[in-house]
Design a protein. Structure first.
Length: 762
């Protein structure tokens, strides 16, 4: 008998070990596979009144068929929970200041800030003020989410397994807090007031007027990374006289931070023949941007000033100063549970103006925040449902009366040929404006700057069926010069809205294809404005013949953008220092003013040197620095440089990107076209230590085009994918379609079908 050698024994052990590992891997794979949504079969569920169906097509886009609004809301809640439950839970925890319960001390500062705001308390109050029919739909949606939780058992999304917790039942307030968070994300005035007050102490008055940005800042507060950045957007609607079909066309692409899972979830709801289709938000029982059988609509951020910081004078006895004398501070205690650590107890205080978000005990003062989004009787949730039901443009316009926050530019159209625009929302009327612009904190101990009302609905900026044949907004100022009310002092640059107008005028009769071409347009009007001024001082062989398009496969966008950013550093660094990226976010008009000798021409001189620098020398030096940094990063062969190599869209995972070891595994990244000024918006990051990277951090989270001659032909694409589960085939499968300008239609899923049946009571 042949004796077994040491090596053969060792080999056999290795084979057994390998088999054991394979079994473990297979077991884990099978376990994780059970976290994916079930897409076929039949389920009996409590809370459903009649049979409903959830269909999914090849891209995971959902079609829901139901006999009533309530059952459709139930099925939508079930589908959202299947694909996005962890995102939904994280969102409500953010709004309630409860992230630390499951994540730990890393989110404590965010939770403390959100407890001070009290957004979840506001959402709970909002639900109580909703009319009964709206309350019923929010309850039906919550029933659908909870039916998934009850039926699914313990195998939820992988993130729940990773963090080792099970989500609580869904409540209607959990849906409404999404609206409070979106309103907060799109209302940045308080941060601007805070920053301006800081810069007043560092800059001379003339310098402050030069550098104070016109556009909304997109940077986040470093200590609150879980709170989303601000937003922008494009929308336009074209009347039938300018379209090939004789019926309106409408386009919308809301710009938000890029991440996975994304903001939007595509769904079509067929409710006894009545269709709703478009972008839904996981957690919300309504189509936010979309269409029904007769009407289509889209939004952009209006940049209305709906927030003020009031400087309150504090007294030693727990009171503060009011026009009528001392008054006790409003106080409550909040207990924040922290995973792996002891609970943290904080005291939340407020005044007649709102919550105190910052206290300066040394100077006996604090900053109270007033915001229209704090209103307990906010009816935006009911307005969304009324919009979904509107059968005409007039009915849609009437529904917008209840849309209170965030303030939005809405464009809409109906199949009868009507088009319209309204800036919808609750905009405060102030007794007096600070510096005529409401950009600085104001005294809270007198009534001079108190809010005395809101702009009446009929007086909000609005227009119907204009003679031009179209309406368009791109976060620009939409009011006439003689508009009697103050709406805001900071709007986005006009580059995008000018380009929309140019492209509408260039085509006699528009189609779905021409609308798509507009959404994907990469011509930069900012480059068209600045480049001749820069080349007049410093020549460049590539830029001299550039077509001004920010295409990812070209070198010229990279050279121009690097030069542009270096020039901004030359103009501002001596004045702003480390706050450069807080004050300057691709402010092309500021650079234009400096180079053309207008108001900001003094920026070319560095106040910290005895010499008087001129703009020409700054332009040349900025060019030299930009080329040197690009050469160091991408090599000496300029022909091989590509905008897309430096300008990549990153889609970090909401949770996994926060974990240093695995974050790179879940960061989907791809080269992208566009920049901050193009209609195909892809805002590059300002602050980069190498000077050679321009990561795309902000762009179209959704593109939608609606054809009112046949609404089933409408086109959609989202940034990301339908499913939030990283193991799903639909986790990020829309990203290439999104990048490359492709769309899908929603005509009713013919793929997998899951039947939901009412539970049989015995």
């Amino acid at each position: 008998m042949k004796r077994e050698t040491l090596w053969s024994r060792l080999g056999r052990l290795l084979l057994w070990f390998a088999a054991f590992l394979l079994l473990i891997v297979a077991g884990v794979a099978m376990l994780l596979g059970q976290t994916l949504p079930r897409q076929t079969g039949r389920l009996q569920l409590a809370g459903l009144q009649a049979p409903a169906e959830i269909g999914r097509d090849a891209m995971g886009v959902v079609t829901i068929r139901a006999r009533s609004e309530a059952d459709a809301a139930f099925a939508l809640g079930y589908a959202h929970a299947q694909d996005r439950l962890f995102q939904m839970d994280l969102t409500r925890r953010l709004g309630a200041g409860r992230l630390s319960e499951v994540i730990g001390p890393a989110t404590l500062r965010t939770d403390e800030f959100m407890r001070r705001l009290g957004l979840y308390r506001v959402a709970e109050a909002n639900y109580k003020y909703l009319p009964p029919d709206a309350q019923a739909l929010f309850r039906a949606y919550a029933d659908g989410v909870n039916a998934y939780l009850a039926h699914r058992g313990s195998l939820l999304a992988p993130e729940f397994l990773l963090l080792r917790y099970r989500p609580e039942p869904w409540r209607p307030a959990d849906s409404l807090v999404w609206g409070r968070l979106m309103a907060w994300q799109l209302s940045g005035n308080w941060g601007d007031e805070e920053l301006r007050q800081i810069m007043v102490t560092r800059l001379r008055p003339q310098e402050l007027e030069w550098v104070w940005p016109v556009a909304q800042r997109l940077t986040r507060r470093d200590d609150l990374p879980w709170i989303p950045a601000g937003g922008a957007s494009n929308n336009w609607v074209i009347a039938g006289k300018l379209t090939a079909t004789g019926r309106p066309l409408l386009a919308n692409d809301p710009h938000l931070g890029l991440e996975l899972p994304g903001t939007w979830y595509l769904a079509r709801l067929d409710i006894a023949g009545q269709v709703l289709a478009g972008a839904t938000a996981p957690g919300v029982p309504a189509v936010i941007i979309g269409r029904n059988n007769h009407v289509a609509w889209g939004f952009t951020t209006a940049y209305a000033d709906t927030q003020d910081l009031f400087v309150e004078t504090l007294l030693d006895n727990g009171q503060y100063v009011t026009p009528e004398g001392p008054r006790p501070l409003i106080r409550r205690q909040e207990v924040i549970r922290v995973h792996g650590a002891k609970p943290v107890i904080i005291e939340v205080t407020a005044t007649r103006h709102g919550p105190l978000i910052e206290t300066d005990d040394a100077h006996h003062r604090a900053y109270a925040l007033s915001w229209t989004g704090f209103r307990p009787d906010d009816q935006t949730g009911a307005a969304l449902l009324a919009m979904n039901r509107a059968k005409t443009a007039s009915e849609f316009h009437a529904a917008m009366q209840g849309f209170e926050s965030p303030v939005q530019n809405a464009v809409f159209a109906d199949d009868a040929g009507n088009i319209g625009y309204i800036m919808a929302g609750r905009i405060p009327i102030r007794a007096k404006l600070k510096d005529d612009q409401s950009q600085s904190p104001v005294p809270g101990d007198r009534r001079d700057y108190d809010w005395v009302g809101v702009i009446p609905f009929d007086h909000l900026p609005q227009e119907r069926n204009p003679s031009s044949g179209y309406l368009a907004t791109a976060n620009n100022r939409t009011m006439a010069p003689d508009y009697p009310y103050f709406i805001g002092s900071k709007f986005d640059y006009d580059y995008r809205v000018q380009r929309i107008r140019q492209m509408i005028a260039a085509t006699p009769h528009h189609s779905l294809d021409s609308m798509a071409a507009m959404q994907l347009d990469t011509l930069s009007l900012a480059a068209q404005e600045l480049l001749p001024l820069m080349l007049a001082v410093q020549s460049d062989p590539d830029l001299a013949t550039w077509d001004l398009r920010m295409d990812r496969d070209a070198p010229e966008p990279l050279i121009f953008t690097a030069w542009f950013r270096e020039l901004a550093h030359m103009l501002l660094d001596s004045r702003t220092g480390e706050d450069f990226s807080e004050l300057w976010f691709w402010d092309a008009p500021l650079v234009n003013e400096a180079l053309t000798g207008k108001a900001a021409a003094g920026l070319c001189d560095d106040p910290k040197t005895p010499a008087i620098e001129d703009c020409a020398s700054e332009v040349r030096l900025a060019y030299q620095r930009a080329i040197a940094k690009l050469t160091a990063a991408y090599g000496p062969d300029r022909a091989a440089w590509r905008w897309g190599n430096a300008h990549r869209a990153h889609f970090p995972n909401l949770l996994l990107s926060q974990l240093p070891v695995v974050s790179a595994l879940f960061d989907v990244a791809l080269p992208t076209d566009g920049d901050n000024f193009t209609l195909n918006r892809a805002s590059p990051r300002v602050n980069d230590p190498t000077g050679a990277r321009f990561d795309d951090i902000h762009g179209a989270s959704l593109r939608a085009i609606f054809d009112l001659s046949n609404l089933d032909r409408s086109r959609f694409v989202i940034a990301g994918g339908q499913c939030g589960n990283p193991l799903s085939a639909h986790y990020a499968d829309f990203t290439l379609l999104w990048r490359d300008g492709q769309y899908v239609t929603m005509v009713g899923a013919d793929g997998n079908r899951l039947m939901l049946l009412p539970e049989v009571r015995r």
